[in-house]
Ligand binder design. Sequence first.
Ligand code: GLY
Length: 427
Amino acid sequence: MKILVVGKGGREHAIVWKLAQSDKVDKIYAAPGNVGMAEQAEIVPIEAEDLDGLANFAEKNKIDLTVVGPELPLTLGIVDIFESKGLRIFGPNKEAAEIEGSKAFAKVFMQKHHIPTARFKVFESHFEALDFVRTAGFPLVIKADGLAAGKGAVIVNNPDEAKATVENIMVERVFGEAGSRLVVEDFLVGEEVTVMAFTDGERVAPMISAQDHKRIGDGNTGPNTGGMGAYAPTNIVTESLMKQITEEILEPTINGLAAMGRIYTGVLYTGLIITDRGPKVLEYNCRFGDPETQVVLPLLESDLVEIFSDIIEGYLDINGIKWREAFSACVVLASRGYPASSEKGVPIEGLENCKSDSCVVFHAGTARKDDKYVTAGGRVIGVTAVNTTMKGALVRVYEGVDKIAFDGMQFRRDIGRRAGSVSTNYL
Ligand code: GLY
């Protein structure tokens, strides 16, 4: 098969890496890809939002399967365009992807289908939103309705912070049109985990759980980022909790969307919080998570091409998906200034020393200059290690990180520490 992967981050590199292990694959293209993928894929200079450009490429090159990494092309309707041309593509169509594209849609949907989530209100007028937050209880979470590159949710602790946030989003439009509506919801307390699932629109196969580390600093301090590391599986999501999440969240989501005529196929991402009243949905995404994919796919034993193909054909064999009895951890290396800014063109040393059976490097913001790898973005590289114990995975991943260096390199030293503190199976 000839496969096209759309996207350019660590998530997409992990997808390319896993697809390349399938004996069903003859050739992989990545658009726009990144230089790290060049070992497994041919890089095609078409941006992920250039839907017609991608469809023309797929037609001209007789691509058998296109896999979409990021949310923007999905919410813009890339699947609808490809399908109208008879091209096979993995991911939800535009209507189904609205589950991520509009927070207000997702919240109202959850309320209607009794899917556990925080209490909320939706506002279309900033006057009404300001009126509400003047007398509300705190803390609260204020979210821009549309896509905001992971930055659209703000925790506010008092009326002044709430007023400033409402004005930033709805009046200043710091996230553009994404701020034309607003969701205000209760702040929930608990442990956050990610559960993603493969689905053909009818059957749902949850993947192993993972935990992201969203803040820049150790101990969950400093500003939010796209994700500074992850580990999988978590010991928070026990077998019985996974059953509860499947029955109370994943299946009702897919069934509820189907009942609205929005058949959801692809990967459904749920960002969950495990409260003392059970698991609740913080957010849906219509795609694989990043960096979660960098720890989940290395533990997938089954052939990813087969899973994608089965989903497109409309029959996912949920009992046929096998996971390795192992643990994985990923540490993200970011450039100086991230998340506010990033440095480009800084030489990266030691990547060649970080190749082994137990350690793999996924590129995100890298480029080639004078025959060397250099930084080209905020999150530069993800280092992932797999081991038979979580402790082993964490030791190996930091051994890998120690071999890599670039000026201004930032990373967290406490990835997986929470996993270590709560279970004898771990550290
Ligand atoms: N790790 C968060 C996300 O993928 O949106």
